[in-house]
Write a protein that binds this ligand. Structure first.
Ligand code: G6P
Length: 613
């Protein structure tokens, strides 16, 4: 979490930095700051959103063509003007922005206090800038040497950019476990946590690797070296990001735009990988490892948040279609549990951002055990994409709303394609069944489109009915159980309504005690193997006064006669139902949040990219 941006070149830095911070605001938005050089070093910091900083900076001198900026998600120290970044060194010469956590900051801080350093903030970041200053002063070192030496003493995660008042033509950047991208423009450089602040200025980028230090000097080629002082050749890549993908395109919020993009993003995820007419699926990432994947004894799926929910659907898909035993793990629990991982396991890491610290660390642990690691990631070039043996991008474009929507359906689509391949290759799906499922999956984008337009107004109406609810219960079975969890998570995240997702049958073992006329119950009750069972569960809720909204397959007269509200979705094969049944729940959470006056795209306390453990 936290977003970093920096600029050095011939143009005024401030407009570039502030726009960059707006683009990075999804990474954290409790305070923001900027430092600019124009002969003097000016630092402006404000608690609140980037727009609060912008308002404040409008009254200040924002000239200068070199600068660094930061938008924060607090870890050490509350969100306020003082704890906001950039942080300056004791002599005021160095300023630094940081994303990550310096785990041994307390030890370092005590040592620095013994060397007469005084600290203004409660942050770990301020310790790092003082440490660099101490090393620089003591050894009379260049900034890059001082940064390099300081980082060898640091435990934890960092992406940093440092600026020196005495050398306004230089920025020094470094990373370990937090992302950093360097854009190379004409006579100028941009540095940022991801490519979104860079893309409108240049498409040529270098992704910094762990423990690399970049020396970014005005009118000089980019230099990179590692912490052992080995020079590295920068590998310049072209980013495939278009500026329109970063705009709201007429929608009031990114989340609504992203929900409505799903027909095209699901299709994009399948493009070139599936042919409905010829009836095949192929994933480039699986080709090289196909034999090992076909012969795997077990699959372990790692993820956090919504990506973990996608992983749960993966469990149903791989077991149902490919008879492959699956365990789905919260990455954070897996890594600290002394897990049993074998070389014959496939470990799937699912992550939209490709930067989630727990998922990355769990994946690295699985690699140490010798398992084959495979990434299902959205952000191209991200840490998880690079750390896995192989993988497939979901290609849904930048997801900016903090609550994940189109990335979820992209992940489920990818899992569906993988399960079809493994089901067929492992001999559990006959050719005709395989081809029928391929054809059905190919129809999903059209069905999502039809569903969006058909259910939109109705879901909005239902949202109005429940906008004041204090609690909500989501129930589902089979493939729709993870959708119940995801529906509840969406509501919690953006509308701050307490919601629980439960397997419908488990309701009898606890949550049924909560049901009365004030408890909205959302039941995902589409056609399939558990339909009869869930009909009974709806009866159980109704007979206790619960208000039932059911998501059903078109034409389900039975449930229509029982539920208070019914949302119909197009029919599909049971394994692909989640791709449709989740859509009305995304819209429901969105409209309830809007009606409650919540900030949908930037819900309180959350961040999109969780780069701390
Ligand atoms: C955060 C986001 C969620 C996301 C989760 C995992 O909590 O707010 O939307 O599902 O992180 O992120 P990842 O990038 O690994 O999918």
């Amino acid at each position: 979490m936290c977003g970093i941006v920096a600029y050095i070149g011939p143009r005024p830095a401030y407009p570039i930095l502030i726009k960059g911070l707006h683009r990075l605001e999804y990474r954290g938005y409790d305070s923001a700051g900027i430092a600019l050089q124009n002969g003097r070093l000016n630092i402006y910091k404000k608690k609140g959103k980037v727009s609060d900083l912008e308002e404040y900076a409008a009254q200040q001198d924002t000239s200068g063509n070199v600068g660094i900026g930061h938008t924060r998600w607090a870890t050490h120290g509350k969100p306020d003007d003082i704890n906001a970044h950039p942080h300056a060194s004791g002599n005021g010469r160095l300023v630094l922005v940081h994303n990550g956590i310096i785990e041994n900051y307390a030890v370092l801080k005590n040592a620095l206090i013994n060397h007469s350093h005084a600290f203004q903030s409660e942050t770990d970041t301020e310790v790092l800038v003082h440490l660099i200053e101490e090393i620089q002063e003591r050894g009379q070192l260049s900034l890059e040497d001082a940064v390099q030496q300081a980082l060898t003493q640091v435990q934890g995660a960092y992406a940093i950019v440092v600026m020196d008042r005495n050398d306004p033509d230089l920025l020094v950047a470094a990373r370990k476990s937090s992302p950093l991208v360097i854009g190379i423009g004409e006579d100028e450089f941009l540095i940022a946590s991801d490519a979104t602040p860079i893309v409108e200025h240049t498409k040529q980028v270098v992704y910094l690797d762990d423990e690399e230090v970049a020396v970014v000097r005005r009118n000089a080629p980019l230099r990179i070296r590692d912490l052992r002082n080995q020079e590295k050749d920068p590998i310049v890549q072209e980013i495939e990001l278009e500026i329109e993908q970063l705009e709201k395109g007429g929608y009031p919020h990114f989340m609504l735009k992203e929900i409505f993009e799903q027909p095209s993003t699901i299709a994009e995820c399948m493009r070139g990988r599936m042919n409905a007419e010829e009836g095949w699926v192929r994933l480039g990432g699986m080709e090289e490892y196909k034999k090992r994947m076909i012969n795997a004894q077990r699959m372990i799926i790692l993820g956090c948040g919504t990506s973990w929910h996608a992983g749960m659907i993966g469990e149903y898909l791989f077991e149902d279609l490919a008879r492959l035993p699956v365990e789905v793990e919260y990455a954070s629990e897996f890594r600290y549990r002394n897990p049993v991982v074998r070389e014959s396991d496939i470990v799937l890491a699912i992550s939209q951002s490709g930067e989630t610290a727990d998922t990355l660390a769990a994946l690295q642990l699985a690699k140490e055990y010798g398992a084959l690691t495979y990434g299902i990631v959205n952000v191209v070039g991200s840490s998880i994409a690079r750390a896995t043996d192989s993988g497939s991008y979901i290609h849904v474009g930048p997801e900016i709303g903090v609550a994940s929507t189109k990335a979820f359906t992209g992940q489920v689509t990818m899992l569906g394609m993988m399960a079809l391949i493994l089901g067929y290759e492992r001999g559990y799906l006959g050719k005709s069944q395989y081809q029928r499922l391929v054809q059905e999956l190919a129809l999903v984008p059209k069905k999502v489109e039809q569903l969006l337009y058909q259910c939109h107004d109705q879901v909005k109406y239902i949202a109005g009915e429940f906008k004041n609810a204090a609690n909500a219960l989501y129930l589902g079975r089979g493939y729709n159980f993870p959708i119940a969890l995801e529906g509840a998570l969406k509501l919690k995240e953006i509308s701050y309504v307490h919601a629980e997702g439960y397997p419908a049958a488990e309701m009898k073992h606890g949550p049924i005690a909560l049901i009365d006329e004030n408890m909205p119950v959302f039941v995902i009750a589409t056609n399939g193997s558990t339909h009869d069972k869930i009909v009974s569960n709806i009866q159980e809720v109704k007979s206790r006064g619960g208000i039932v909204t059911a998501v059903v397959t078109e034409g389900d007269e039975l449930i229509k006669g029982m539920a208070d509200y019914v949302i119909e979705i197009p029919a599909t094969e049971e394994p692909f139902t989640p791709l449709l049944s989740v859509v009305p729940l995304q819209l429901l959470a969105y409209y309830i949040a809007v009606m409650r006056g919540c900030n949908v795209d930037q819900p309180r306390n959350l961040a999109k990219s969780v780069t701390v453990e």
